[in-house]
Design a protein around this ligand. Sequence first.
Ligand SMILES: [Ca+2]
Ligand SMILES: [Ca+2]
Ligand SMILES: [Ca+2]
Ligand SMILES: [Ca+2]
Length: 457
Amino acid sequence: MKKIIPIFLIGILVLSGFGASAISEKERKTIAPSLYTDEFDMVIIAPEKFLSSIQPLIDHKNSHGVQTFLKITEEIYGEYDGRDKAEQIKYFIKDAIEEHGINYVLLMGGRKGQLPNYYIPGRYVILDDGYFDQPYLSDLYYADIYKNGNEFDDWDSNDDDIFAEWGKDILDLEPDVYVGRLPCRYLFEVKIVVDKIIEYETSTYSQEWFNRMVVLGGDTNPGIGDPFPNEGEAVCDYISDMMIGFDITKLYCSYGTLTGHAELLDAMNQGCGFVLYEGHGLQNRIETFDPNGNPVEPFHNKYIPFLRNKGQYPICVFGCCVTAKFDVSILNIFNPNRFGRSDCTLEEIGWRLVRKPNGGSIAHIGATSVVWGYTGDVNVNGIPDSVENGLLGWINAEFFRLYIEEEYQFLGELHWETIRNYCNTFSVHSDKLDCKQVQEITLIGDPSLKVGGYPTV
Ligand SMILES: [Ca+2]
Ligand SMILES: [Ca+2]
Ligand SMILES: [Ca+2]
Ligand SMILES: [Ca+2]
């Protein structure tokens, strides 16, 4: 029996005790090269409205050997069958793999401003995790193209037009292509993120700032967790130990180096290659606790205008809830659900950081729903169960392990090979929380991003 303790409405729920899966070493597998052709590496999918600002990105990618083409959503909707727009796009991606040999898909579009419709829709998953029953967005839908070899997986195996329903639809879940989303709501945002990607890839290489990493957290779940009472810090410590060659700045509540928003703002303004946060998240901010159980708010959308890190954009990995929930809108006041008023915000913090001009982040890895985590050290091996038993701590650690040990160089590979390894290690087909974990973790960014930039010639 698993013992589930809800700790915080929008936060990490704690799963402690029994039922933890063992980690097994799996053979490294990567997405197989197409059998058909290798004409292209990436397709960018975007609405016609964004066309004028995307061409510089295509030229830039092609000049670095990432052969890229653009497909307009309006064309997809005219050319492809499917029960809805998301399925039409998924059929197009299948074609792009088989006819053009692509490995990367960049979904360039999110909600249309604050309106309820989308430039590129998301797929909602119907999985009630036992505590939180609201459907959530899963871009894994667009990455998991095949099941049983080369059969199209529509994520509706029982054919009732309800997608990804737990207990009814059998999903493959293993990714087949590297997908990232830049959920632009306006044309001006497209220009900002295109400029930032080009700047990052051409100016980051061999820069000192890139080798700095900021890790932050506190006592995620006050009152429990021994012998690692400060759960967020324990995960950060574990990952920091892996990051050979990086100069680590630890912003920890227990050190007194994390007391509010000023510390992260300062650290990011000095430039860093990665930010890792472990704690609680809401749509527009992050929160944790100090060792005395007092709440600490390390960041909020309202502080983003004070970021001055132009040209020094970190990849942000947030081990917490809903910071990549790209369906938020102030109009959600008319659509009350269990996310409540937290969903009534202009944009999620992950995207707000990425789309910030002259500062912020280059990419964000976060969740679209509530996440769960293990706490403590039930098997008494000195390693926090949060990083060895699965769920988000394991995923965050595996991402950095692949970067350091396996030397994956492209962001989409790092993200999706992490997901593939999770699928091959844990019970994603029989355990709701394992399944939810791989569905909700989302890459907000260019999947072909060269981490650390290209060498200058
Ligand atoms: Ca179904
Ligand atoms: Ca698959
Ligand atoms: Ca604790
Ligand atoms: Ca342990």
